[in-house]
Design a protein around this ligand. Structure first.
Ligand SMILES: Cc1cc2nc3c(=O)[nH]c(=O)nc-3n(C[C@H](O)[C@H](O)[C@H](O)COP(=O)(O)OP(=O)(O)OC[C@H]3O[C@@H](n4cnc5c(N)ncnc54)[C@H](O)[C@@H]3O)c2cc1C
Length: 349
């Protein structure tokens, strides 16, 4: 069977639950290998943690801030195609470093030193750090998931109830069921007797509250791009969303520490005032510049602090992939995990 023979009416051999980047990569690999695949997601649109939202007539990235591309990876070819078609662009390799101590959480799940960044200057607020090239998408990172999903007939707003003890999924027997999502979410969908459940790490996942702030004008330097924040109890990272998206809009998206998020998980809107004050203080925004609007988004399972060395798990007809498998929790890791799992399932048929 070739991939062109597979239509939505073909009974699927594999069910992929989750249309974030890992599930989409898995489904794409399966399809390329000629395996009939069904993809479902409970969200209204694909993208998962690469999602954003249209706020005041423009898309704002509220999940992943950007992505990096490991040299020579399969992901590099996909990104080259997106770049060729104008969907993504290189954003920057340099961020500011704001705050006090040179330690603390960062947007990449460690200190900026751990992510391979090299400080290029250490003077006051002009401290900067250079690392891998970061990519951004003019229409928001979700547009990349939408692009991948276009060929896969993703069934949206379809919540998966879990795998039954007899191995069926929502009453249907598939060759393999793939759970492409954070481990705490995947764990709930496994049957209690599953040996895979013991392999999952559901405790290393922390929350983040992302706050988008629309200002009356840009009150920060044009070369900011974004900033790792060190030593703040409130923030780990902030991005100049207008710079990232290329339209120059005076919008900052700030990501909270896990500790701060935990205190505001029930009422994310209650986090806005403290985040705004911290952003203004860190960037030295003139008090005369108004904040015109704000929006808070809660990510209950944002990133895994500890990840598995294996690229995926596959046992007894159930596969698990995502950003906690095979490297530091990131878009590139999630892609590689899903792609590797899809190819492994195809090989085992
Ligand atoms: C605030 C934040 C900042 C980040 N910053 C960066 C960054 O700068 N650079 C970077 O590379 N990475 C970053 N990341 C991480 C990156 O977003 C993730 O690594 C990547 O998007 C994970 O993709 P995934 O497919 O593994 O999971 P997800 O994107 O979480 O996809 C899982 C999907 O499963 C669906 N789902 C879950 N349960 C069910 C169910 N029961 N039924 C049906 N569907 C279900 C969900 O709706 C979701 O669409 C960030 C993440 C967050 C939250």
């Amino acid at each position: 069977m070739t991939s062109s023979d597979i239509s939505p009416s073909t009974p699927a051999e594999v069910l992929v639950v989750g249309a974030g980047i890992s599930g989409l990569a898995c489904a794409r690999a399966l399809r390329q290998e000629g395996v009939a695949v069904r993809v479902i997601d409970r969200g209204r649109r694909p993208g998962g943690r690469m999602s954003g939202r249209t706020l005041h007539d423009r898309v704002v990235d509220l999940g992943a801030s950007y992505f990096t591309v490991p040299d020579g990876s399969g992901f590099a070819a996909v990104v080259a195609d997106w770049e060729h078609r104008g969907l993504v662009h290189p954003w920057t390799d340099t961020f500011a470093v704001l705050g006090t101590a040179a330690t603390g959480e960062t947007a990449e799940g460690g200190t900026s030193t751990e992510t391979g960044d090299t400080p290029t200057s250490t003077a006051g607020t002009a401290r900067r750090t250079t690392g891998p090239l970061r990519y951004a998408a003019a229409r928001g990172l979700r547009s990349l998931a939408v692009d991948l999903a276009a060929e896969l007939h993703v069934e949206r707003e379809t919540e998966f109830g879990g795998i039954a003890a007899d191995g069926t999924a929502d009453g249907i027997r598939y060759g393999t069921v793939v759970l492409a999502m954070p481990e705490p979410q995947a764990a709930r969908l496994l049957p209690p007797s599953s040996a895979l459940a013991a392999q999952l790490d559901t405790h290393s996942w922390g929350p983040v509250i992302a706050v988008a702030l629309g200002f009356a004008e840009c009150g920060w330097p044009a070369e900011l791009h974004g900033a790792f924040v060190h030593g703040s109890p409130i923030l780990t990272f902030l991005a100049d969303d207008g710079d990232r998206r290329g339209d120059g809009a005076p919008v900052i998206v700030a990501h909270s520490t896990a500790g701060f998020a935990r205190a505001h998980l029930e009422q994310p809107d209650g986090a806005v005032r403290a985040v705004e004050a911290e952003v203004r203080a860190l960037l030295g925004i003139d008090p005369g510049i108004r904040t015109d609007w704000s929006h808070a988004h809660r990510w209950t399972f944002a990133r895994a602090t500890t990840t598995h060395p294996e690229p995926f798990a596959l046992q007894d007809g159930v596969g698990i992939c995502g950003d906690a498998w095979g490297g530091r929790s990131s878009v590139a890791t999630a892609w590689a995990s899903g792609d590797a799992l899809g190819r492994a399932i195809a090989r085992r048929r």
